[in-house]
Ligand binder design. Structure first.
Ligand SMILES: [Zn+2]
Length: 404
């Protein structure tokens, strides 16, 4: 007697959804008090009309360019999913070799779509003085990252198709842990590849403050390095990287020379150490795994009519699913990163106890990094991986109200 599929699939799907939600709930935990309500602020009180219109104008062009690029990308990949398998030659390359060849073709299409937009974006950024890149380096400078993506994609396709050779339709169950392991390795190795030099060489006073902030956040042994970026970009930024022994806080040299005072720079460092203190890099890997399972399942589901990923002719369909999934997941991923950025801000306020310096940094970023302090909702949903500058200033005010 045949078992009706739903009879056993429903409980399995329900159990998986339960595990997914429980893991998501655990990863979502935050030090930001759930009772915290941000006051609604008038952007005009923190930013001049000139800054508000200039940043809005600057970002609008790049956002529209992005939308155009995505529409074209989806159209190209949809066409490739329909007709792409015609490029396939039953050659000496074999099953996996042919799959890699089809993935490379898709990758080449992406590149042709992207280059004109990158040139356009660079033209716009140069007009606003936020890019120092020449057009030649926009086109050619990407070769290294192009080669890296090329390699990553080939390895990914080889892994998936090799696993599909053994597990057939269930390849995704085994492939996701492999991809998570690769992502973990990349996060671990990353800090060793970024370079930089110790902060104490540039600013021993700030380096000493960094040690103090680190200890106050319950951390130790995390170096702060300075990265020389001023020849590529005047952008002022900092980030946290690494896992365990490879953990590192990196600040751009442009941030140190950008006009912020020591107290203000300390709030930036306290934010970055906050990412480490709250294990945000681990949590992001956790989310990567949580998104990878449904994504891989959808790829398996969508390609089954072409014989699943066991067959190379399903690769163009798989690429379309990946492109669509990543687009659909983008707003959700922004919600998650904004949540962690808000927690890092809260850690910074709790550690430095200087909301005035914190708010001054946010006003500085609005003026110097051309980030729109108060973007329209659609732009916030699609692009904002940090809370808006207005929300961040509002958090400083909310912190002050609680700690008065
Ligand atoms: Zn951050």
């Amino acid at each position: 007697m045949r078992v009706r599929p739903l009879a056993w699939q429903l409980p399995v799907v329900a159990a998986l959804a339960g595990v997914w939600s429980a893991a998501g709930f655990f990863l979502w935990q935050s030090r930001v008090p759930s009772s915290l309500t941000l006051p609604s602020l008038d952007p005009g009180a923190s930013f001049s009309a000139h800054v508000l219109s200039r940043t809005a104008h600057f970002e609008r062009f790049l956002e529209l360019s992005w939308v155009g690029q995505q529409v074209l990308l989806v159209a190209v990949f949809a066409a490739y999913a329909i007709w792409g398998a015609r490029f396939m030659r039953e050659s000496a390359a074999g099953r996996i070799g042919t799959g890699i060849f089809l993935a490379m073709m898709g990758f080449a299409l992406t590149w042709f779509v992207q280059v004109p937009f990158e040139i356009l974006d660079n033209w716009w950024e140069r007009r606003y003085g936020v890019s120092n890149l020449s057009y030649v380096s926009v086109v050619l400078g990407g070769w290294l990252s192009l080669g890296f993506t090329f390699l990553t994609l080939s390895v990914a396709v080889a892994i998936v198709m090799a696993i599909a050779g053994k597990l057939k339709q269930l390849w995704w169950v085994a492939a996701v842990p492999v991809f998570v392991a690769i992502a973990l390795l990349q996060t671990f190795v990353g800090p060793y590849l970024v370079g930089g030099h110790p902060l104490r060489d540039d600013d021993p006073v700030l380096a000493a403050a960094a040690r103090r902030i680190e200890h106050e956040e319950g951390l130790s042994g995390i170096p702060v390095d300075v990265l020389d970026v001023h020849s590529y970009t005047p952008e002022e930024n900092a980030f946290s990287a690494g896992l365990g022994p490879s953990r590192k806080v990196v600040v751009y040299d442009t941030l140190l020379t950008g006009g912020l005072n020591e107290r203000q720079l300390e709030t930036v460092l306290a934010h970055e150490f906050g990412h480490q203190a709250r294990y945000h890099l681990w949590k992001e890997l956790g989310w990567y795994a949580l998104f990878a399972f449904p994504e891989a399942f959808l790829v398996a589901f969508a390609t089954r009519r072409r014989g699943g990923l066991f067959r190379p002719e399903s690769i163009p369909v798989a690429l379309l699913v990946v492109v669509l999934f990543n687009l659909a997941a983008l707003p959700l991923q922004n919600v998650i990163t904004r949540h962690y950025e808000a927690e890092a801000d809260w850690m910074s306020l709790q550690t430095t106890r200087d909301p005035t310096a914190f708010a001054a940094v946010m006003r500085h970023f609005g003026t110097h990094d051309l980030s729109n302090p108060n973007p329209p909702t659609w732009s916030y949903i699609l692009f904002a991986d940090h809370p808006t500058l207005i929300q961040r200033i509002a958090m400083a005010k909310a912190w002050t109200a609680r700690n008065r």
